[in-house]
Write a new protein. Structure first.
Lengths: 178, 351, 453
């Protein structure tokens, strides 16, 4: 396994700062905005975006957490046996929802997240913010806010590590050697 | 170097790493037969999953598409209301196709054996069989002979009722905040209670302190002997027995009253209901000896005025209704767990 | 098959001859001619051998009188899907048994001359070992009134029993013991006080409670044994206690013997080797948890498998003679009656073909001597059956050449697929045993030859 760092701590910080600005710019402030993180690292990233926005605007944005395990189209896939709680302290009816995840790959997670959102209410608009777009989409889905575009090959793995879950901030590309 | 922002974010509650623990002990869980083969880690993992399912049940539209195309059959050889409906609701909220097979009016009435019924269901492509049977071990018979079906025990004879025990554990953890060192007093006909037996496994595995209380004719003393005779490290070695409820209940965090079936009196296990009530009914005055805010649980159906006073059954200590609600969530978590796990071959290729 | 004697001569060369009836345990030769033992003793010189004598080399093997089984179920008539006389006697031959006594709980039960004659006739026509029916104690095994016991004796039954059920009514048991005083045959009782074990399916204790199965306390057996011993003492009748299974039962018999009560007893191979925790699966190595191996219905038997201390007491009783003999209680069942829940499953183990292998473990462990084991399989049961059986229990010159040849040290694994019995119901499936029957002779004829030799 060969691992190559493609984003370090500063890179991630800068990318998130830019994405935060873009969100504010596109939505002209935070009115009606709800940040929805997809478990696990999307939740962490959504909290960081919320902190950035707080610093830039001086106001808090409602946060929610979504676990998409119950909406997957491949039940016996890679995810674990425990569904993490979906925390939705806000009503998304009529709101502008920004879905937040770490990596955009096939698009299936986002598809599942859209289904999940649909069961929770009817937002006015759904946008997608991701830290990393690695290509290879299998569904017609694109991100509104992208931290970084990285061309990868299909058999490579992208590891996103965040302090809150992994003890450090970095993004690495892992290539299987065989 | 950690940025100030990152430090601030870290102060928010940590998010646990997603550990794919389908096979915590190196083997996939195909069946839920009793809690005796659940490690503490696996029990806690099921309880975590239950919390997420609880959120779905609190939604306006209680439906997620997770188990679309999966077939769950409830095969009940004994009457049951809450357990059966609880499984049915759990399956339906997860979008599984739930088929209730009642033994009357089916091939079972024509004398079809349990095994043949199971083989027939397997041949029809059923994914999960939820079975209740008056004979201990009936789910094991199905599990042994049906490699392509997951079997969930919804109560077998005097033996086990693992899903009830899990919902009890979940309810205790929700209300008390932990399971470790929680003092649980189980009162009544422990000998004939499959609920109590499964709870005994689950509670002891999870580190709770259990005291059994009831008439000596209705306590499974043999079960506890294993602690003395077999293995000091056996989970039951620490279980206490005290026939005096006034003593047993002291400092209890949880009092679990068991259903007293009327045939126990005719069977000679008890001199009279009156004497039972006098010695073992969970009452207001007895509960005063427990910890303040102690929980009162009952697996249902209750005989109010026998094992539990009406005041207690519907009073502030009672979490009996929460138990029922949690029952659906716990069964959803188990159905998800069994259906979502990768097949054995997949696990192997994943290395 | 048990027709005229084979005129050919056979020489079994060099086995260890274990013949407790004659106090013999030595290497030697056995010469058989015309279906009779000519000589079973010191090695023979070629000059002593008749012409055309067929030698069977048997170095390292044990030769003993064919085993006698006091208690088996051949299921015919009525339950031919479980076993027939043809299959049951072949299974017996594979186990080294040359004389077997079959219980009368058939359908119809053996409570009259005609039914007994049917079994005898079938055994002559289709059996390969000697079959001796046991007659019912009560009409229809219903426990209400005595069967015609003298008619049964005249028909050739060797004992009376309502096995499968006890003679429940104490007064009827008293009368049976009294009435048979002049018939010279024992009443064999299956001792089980049902009111002490409502719904019971296995021994009361840790394993039963663990499995949530209704238990059978030792007292259910001992209470009726105590009753029967008192009745035997009262009447002077001949009581035979079937399949002892508890330490308390051994103690009761020991005391009764000391008082001079006329009682004989038997014990089954499974009660000398298996314990109740075999019902958990894992074949006797209990695990902290249970698993899909649980509820092994092949361990369901009456009396139930019990605890270690019971097994030890039974071995001790067998060794010191309080227990006269080993009886198989071979109880074959079709697969369907065991592929059900433990509570629904039929009681019984198919024992014939594993008996010697499991019993030899006692010898290998030094718990009893080889000659004691052979005694309890030959002289012991013959004593219960009466003087006419003496010659079937030794290799005395002139006796019928019923001989078993076995390899005491052969390691093998039980494979019920090889069973001659229709009953594949044994908890020993897949278990390694040491000691295996090689050849069985009835009246000088080979009725079983092991394929490994």
């Amino acid at each position: 396994m060969a691992e190559r760092q493609i984003m370090n701590e500063q890179d991630i910080q800068r990318a998130l700062a830019r994405v935060s600005h873009e969100i504010l710019e596109r939505n002209r402030g935070i009115a009606d905005l709800v940040l929805v993180g997809i478990h696990t690292r999307g939740v962490i990233l959504s909290r960081r975006l919320e902190q950035n926005i707080l610093r830039f605007e001086g106001n808090r944005t409602p946060l929610a957490e979504l676990d998409i395990s119950l909406y997957r189209d491949d039940l016996q896939g890679r995810l674990g046996p425990v569904v993490k709680p979906t925390r939705f302290p806000v009503d998304i009816q009529g709101k502008k929802v920004v879905l937040v995840d770490d990596v955009l790959f096939t698009g299936r997670t986002v598809r599942a997240a859209l289904d999940a959102l649909n069961d929770l209410g009817r937002p006015r608009q759904v946008q997608l913010a991701i830290l990393l777009d690695r290509g290879h989409r299998e569904l017609p889905i694109r991100a509104d806010y992208v931290g970084k575009n990285i061309p990868t090959s299909r058999d490579e793995q992208v590891k996103v590590r965040l302090v809150e879950a992994d003890g450090r901030d970095e993004v690495a590309l892992v290539r299987r050697e065989d | 170097m950690v940025s100030p922002e990152a430090a601030e974010i870290r102060a928010t509650p940590p998010i646990p790493e997603a550990i794919p623990d389908f096979a915590p002990d190196g083997k996939l869980r195909r069946n839920v037969l009793d809690l005796d083969d659940f490690s503490a880690a696996e029990i806690l993992s099921v309880l975590d999953g239950t919390a997420a399912m609880g959120e779905v049940l609190r939604r306006d539209i209680k439906k997620v598409p997770t188990l679309r195309g999966r077939v769950v059959v409830t095969l009940f050889y004994e009457p049951s209301t809450r357990t059966r409906i609880s499984f049915e609701e759990a399956g339906k909220v997860l979008s599984a196709d739930v088929i209730n097979m009642s033994t009357s009016g089916s091939s079972v009435e024509k004398g079809e054996s349990l095994l043949n019924t199971g083989l027939t269901l397997q041949a029809m492509g059923v994914d999960v069989i939820v079975i209740r049977h008056p004979h201990s071990g009936a789910p094991y018979l199905l599990a042994r002979h049906l490699p392509r079906v997951c079997v969930i025990n919804a109560g077998d004879g005097l033996h086990a009722h693992p899903t009830q025990a899990l919902l009890d554990l979940y309810t205790i953890r929700e209300k008390v905040g932990r399971l470790q060192n929680v003092k649980v007093v189980i009162v009544g006909d422990v000998l004939h209670s499959r609920v109590a037996r499964s709870a005994l496994w689950g509670l002891t595995q999870a580190g709770a302190r259990v005291t059994l209380c009831g008439p000596t004719t209705l306590l499974p003393l043999d079960l506890l002997n294993c602690g003395d005779e077999r293995d000091e490290g056996h989970p039951f070695a620490q279980v206490e027995v005290n026939t005096d409820l006034d003593r047993a209940i002291e400092d209890a965090d949880v009092v679990m009253a068991l259903r007293l079936q009327s045939e126990r009196q005719s069977g000679g296990f008890l001199p009279s209901l009156r004497e039972y009530i006098r010695r073992w009914q969970v009452t207001e005055s007895r509960l005063e000896r427990a910890k303040p805010g102690a929980l009162v649980m009952h697996p249902g159906p209750m005989n109010e005025g026998v094992e539990i006073s009406t005041g207690i059954a519907h009073g502030g200590h009672s979490v009996i209704e929460e138990q029922v609600t949690n029952g659906v969530a716990v069964r959803m978590a188990l159905l998800y767990r069994l259906c979502a796990q990768p097949s054995a071959e997949k696990l192997e290729t994943a290395g | 098959m048990l027709t005229s004697a084979d005129p050919d001569s056979i020489l079994i060369q060099g086995p260890r001859i274990v013949d407790p009836g004659r106090g013999m345990d030595a290497i030697g030769d056995i010469l058989i001619t015309g279906g009779k033992i000519v000589s079973a003793g010191p090695r023979l010189s070629p000059a002593d051998l008749p012409e055309g004598c067929r030698p069977i080399p048997a170095n390292g093997m044990v030769a003993a009188p064919g085993f006698i089984d006091l208690h088996c179920h051949l299921r015919e008539p009525g339950y031919e899907y479980k076993e027939t006389i043809a299959t049951g006697t072949r299974a017996a031959a594979r186990g080294g048994f040359t004389s077997i006594c079959c219980m009368p709980n058939t359908d119809p039960p053996l409570d009259n001359e005609a039914a007994v004659a049917l079994v005898q006739q079938r055994a002559r026509a289709e059996g390969v070992v000697r079959v001796f029916p046991i007659g019912c104690v009560t009409k229809g095994r219903r426990g209400k009134e005595l069967a015609e016991l003298e008619e049964l004796a005249a028909a050739g039954v060797v004992a009376y029993s309502d096995d499968g059920d006890p003679v429940y009514d104490p007064n009827l048991m008293r009368l049976a013991l009294t009435y048979t005083l002049d018939l010279g045959l024992p009443i064999s009782n299956h001792c089980q006080e049902h009111r002490l074990c409502p719904g019971g399916v296995m021994a009361e204790g840790w394993a039963a409670t663990r499995l949530g199965l209704p238990g059978i306390p030792a007292a259910a057996e001992e209470a009726m044994i105590a009753r029967d011993l008192a009745l035997a003492e009262l009447t002077g009748g001949w009581l035979h206690l079937a399949h002892l299974s508890t330490a308390g039962a051994v103690a009761l018999v020991r005391q009764a013997r000391e008082r001079g009560v006329s009682v004989t007893t038997e014990v089954c191979p499974h009660h000398l080797s298996l314990t109740d925790d075999w019902a958990l699966g894992y074949q006797g190595t209990p695990d902290g948890g249970s698993g899909p191996l649980n509820y092994d219905t092949s361990t369901k038997v009456y009396p139930p498998l019990r605890g270690r201390q019971d097994v030890d007491a039974l071995i001790e009783g067998l060794a010191d003679g309080v227990i006269d003999c080993i009886a198989t209680d071979h109880a074959p069942h079709e697969a369907a009656s065991k592929q059900v829940t433990y509570q629904e499953a039929a009681f019984g183990i198919s024992v014939f073909e594993t008996a010697l292998g499991s019993l030899m473990a006692l010898v290998h462990r030094g718990q009893i001597s080889l000659s004691t084991l052979v005694d309890r399989l030959t002289v012991g049961p013959a004593r219960v059956l009466g003087p006419s059986f003496e010659e079937l229990a030794t290799l005395h010159p002139g006796s019928p050449a019923d001989v078993v040849l076995f390899d005491p040290d052969l390691d093998w694994v039980v494979d019920t697929g090889e069973f001659a019995s229709k009953g594949r119901n044994t908890p020993l499936e897949g278990v390694a045993l040491k000691g295996r029957v090689v050849t069985t002779f009835v009246e000088g004829k080979v009725v079983h030859q092991d394929s490994l030799y």
